[in-house]
Design a protein around this ligand. Structure first.
Ligand code: ATP
Ligand code: MG
Length: 257
């Protein structure tokens, strides 16, 4: 069964979406079958890989209106890049903001996403779920549906602030909804050669020990430019430091399969 990995941190702008897209593409380049699930109403994963806007049915219709998940899966194939042959997307848009509210009174509200993904998990080697920057019902659905959680940490002041709250949430979900959930790893992002970044790295290693990925994602302006062309870094700047780093991370995952 495919590995389902939630990419989560309730802190905004730490590199969740960038990681979902570029790690997903790097694994697809290695021949893995990958599904990206955009569970953020901001829809940044969606716009980062596809030019069309407001694609429907989206994750929202599958979560709330019982639309078959198969109708909400879109191949990214475009004929230009063989990498895209191996990647599918469940897109999102602002409709999903309603789901956070509509789920509150829904039956088995925390397990909706799990029930959607379970029947298709065997079709993929890796499924990445991009979480919104909150610990609300969408993130809880993502953590309940996943075997692993990948936590990006931005190398900046207060990087670890809020982490204890995230870890508490993960523990609660393990005790109740999803006993199998495990931290896959902590990924340092936007790293640069400053004393501060070095300190964040050391602090993360002290706190998370061997759960910190060996691969560190550097700050690379190409990574921030690629989404405006709806391209992964592998398509936009194949030899950039960002592309090299996400390839290295993909290898790290594959070696631990
Ligand atoms: P949100 O919480 O809003 O969903 P996020 O955690 O998904 O944010 P991203 O959108 O991936 O974070 O990244 C935040 C911003 O930083 C984006 O503009 C992105 O392009 C940029 N960015 C991410 N990683 C890097 C990097 N390694 N180097 C330079 N810019 C980066
Ligand atoms: Mg995001």
């Amino acid at each position: 069964m495919g590995k389902i990995i939630a990419v989560a941190n309730q802190k905004g702008g730490v590199g969740k979406t960038t990681t979902v897209i570029n790690l997903g593409f790097a694994l697809a380049e290695l021949g893995k079958k990958v599904l990206l699930v955009d569970a953020d109403p901001q829809g940044n994963t969606t716009s980062g890989v596809k030019r069309e806007r407001n694609i429907r049915p989206s994750l929202y219709e599958a979560l709330i209106h019982n639309v078959s998940v198969n109708n909400a899966i879109y191949p990214l194939k475009d004929g230009n890049s063989y990498i895209r042959d191996n990647i599918d997307l469940i897109p999102s848009n602002l409709d999903l903001a309603g789901a956070e509210v509509e789920l509150v009174s829904a039956f088995l509200r925390e397990l909706r996403l799990k029930n959607i993904l379970e029947p298709i998990a065997n079709d993929y080697d890796y499924i990445f779920i991009d979480c919104p920057p909150s610990l609300g019902l969408l993130t809880i659905n993502a953590l309940s549906a996943s075997r692993y959680v990948l936590i990006p940490l931005q190398c900046e002041y207060y990087a670890l602030e809020g982490i204890s709250q995230l870890l508490k949430t993960i523990e609660l979900i393990k005790k109740g909804l999803n006993p199998n959930l495990e931290i896959l790893g902590v990924l340092l992002t936007m790293y640069n050669r400053t004393v501060l970044a070095q300190q964040v790295l050391e602090e993360a290693r002290r706190f998370f020990k061997d759960k910190v990925f060996n691969t560190i994602i550097p700050r690379n302006v190409r990574l921030s430019e690629a989404p405006s062309f709806s391209q992964s870094i592998l398509e936009y700047a194949n030899n950039s430091s960002g592309a090299i780093a996400y390839r290295e991370l993909a290898m790290e995952l594959v070696q631990n399969e």
